[in-house]
Design a protein around this ligand. Sequence first.
Ligand code: HEM
Ligand SMILES: *[C@@H]1O[C@H](CO)[C@@H](O)[C@H](O)[C@H]1NC(C)=O
Ligand SMILES: *[C@@H]1O[C@H](CO)[C@@H](O)[C@H](O)[C@H]1NC(C)=O
Ligand SMILES: *[C@@H]1O[C@H](CO)[C@@H](O)[C@H](O)[C@H]1NC(C)=O
Length: 508
Amino acid sequence: MSPEVALASVSGLALVLGLWLLREYQYGKKYRLPPQVPGVPLFGNSFQIPALQQGPWAKDLAAKYGEMFTCKFGANTWVFLNSSRVVNDLLERRAAIYASRPPFPMTQGIMSGESRIVLMPYNERWRMLRKIMHQILSSRQQDIFKPFQDLESKNLCWDYLQTPDRWWSANARYANSVIMSVVFGRRSMLDDPDVIELFETLELFLENQQPGVNIVDAFPILDKLPKVLQWWRPRGQRIFEQTVNVYKRELDRMEEKMANGTQRECFGTDFIKTEEVKNMTEVQKLFVFGTLMEAGSDTSRVTLGQIIAGAATYPDWVSRARAQLDEVCGNNAERLPQWEDREKLNYISAVVKEGFRWRPNIAEIGAPTMLTRDDEYEGYRFPAGTVFTWNAWAIALNPGEYEEPERFWPERFLNGQEENALKGHWAFGPGRRVCVGWKVGEMNVWIAIARLLYCFDFEEIPGKPIDTMSIPQLTKHTAPFDVKVTPRSVKHEELIRRDCAYAAEVRY
Ligand code: HEM
Ligand SMILES: *[C@@H]1O[C@H](CO)[C@@H](O)[C@H](O)[C@H]1NC(C)=O
Ligand SMILES: *[C@@H]1O[C@H](CO)[C@@H](O)[C@H](O)[C@H]1NC(C)=O
Ligand SMILES: *[C@@H]1O[C@H](CO)[C@@H](O)[C@H](O)[C@H]1NC(C)=O
């Protein structure tokens, strides 16, 4: 560290310390927060929260501190909500004031050029972008997605047959290819280097997004230091450029194909002609595409992995799923499950919901939203700017909320609400920031898992049991766990050869 940087850091920290003391004092008088987890001065609980797999950590705190508790991550105060009751009361019923995001000068400011939708404050710009996303992703668009999900899930079965030990890469390709087809009118292939790079930049973002990783996100006031003194800035800038390049390569390819007449019509070709785009900066435009690619790929891939882990570790439900699949599609591999079977395959819909609940691995401690004005609740007084999150892992694994919560047990969702994918768990988040792609995500998982369960067996490998409580979230192209994948029978193998082989040959 150069002397200037050292000096600036010291004065920056002195300033922060002063403001912190002042705020602590004012807070104490005017506000009342839920029990606070003890931490160190200034940094609060930043050094306690693990960098990854925060779910079990926050669940232990919930057991100790109760239905609501408070953590400090630098200057940010987080209230964890540890029951569906309080999540409903605050994040759902009072969504209008609980829907903003705290400032993230590093991950949103520098790394995303202020343009990542998921981190935007609750404002006009977010509303405009959310509307655009909703137009592509809402349930009204099901018919656009279904043919792509049909083709890509056949390709998925084919990949599982050809390279069963690469099942997780096949899941990534599948989820990515569905969204690429809709957004860019092109498919992605197994081991596509562009897809690998996309997942790399996404993992970089997710790593940096964890509380405590970036000092300036913990103390947003440090963003006011002169830029040359912000030692984190060059690193953030490099990630920004790498990320934007990944997005831009796709958009450039599409524009070249439009110019030479080989581009298929798709969301992208419509989108770049709209009025909204004319008002957008280049970076904002790229982040619309980038968000669709990233959010659209990673989440479905992870959920498929979770259900496979659930099948290998709690095989009893698989036979009940098979009984229904066999009844509808034939018990001798007569045909693949189809979209048209959905009404008769309510067990599969319950499997998908249980997959979302079981180990909420995508957002283990939920996603932070920020209160936009002072609020009171059950004797507490929260100041505007308080950050709230649903304690996903603690809620999903609380026996008070779910009977035998650790068990993968689809029957818990056989309650007439099988088709309402949002109800009964928090995997897509609550309130106004609820996942805008939930319908597409749910459909992605539904058709894929129906076909995989019909065609393949999933078993734990002797000596390599799956630890379902610590399945890694960021995997760097390696398997998140070991599992043996084999076709159910020779007949099922023949069905895949007959119905799915062509899918791997289709090119656009
Ligand atoms: C398949 C499973 C999926 C899961 C479990 C999931 C989960 C989530 C969660 C937990 C959030 C944060 C909610 C909050 O802050 O309260 C979110 C936000 C978001 N998701 Fe998803 N998601 C999935 C699929 C998708 C898909 C397929 C897309 C798009 C193609 C998508 C696009 C988005 C976007 C754009 C946001 C930000 C919304 C906002 O901040 O207003 N997601 N998702
Ligand atoms: C909070 O979470 C813990 C751990 O999951 C659970 O045992 C406890 O019952 C929860 N408390 C409330 C009041 O929700
Ligand atoms: C059109 O452009 C794309 C993208 O640059 C390129 O891959 C493709 O080969 C081109 N096709 C023709 C017919 O020029
Ligand atoms: C574009 O920006 C102008 C000026 O800020 C505004 O009047 C107009 O409504 C915007 N158009 C769209 C489609 O957002």
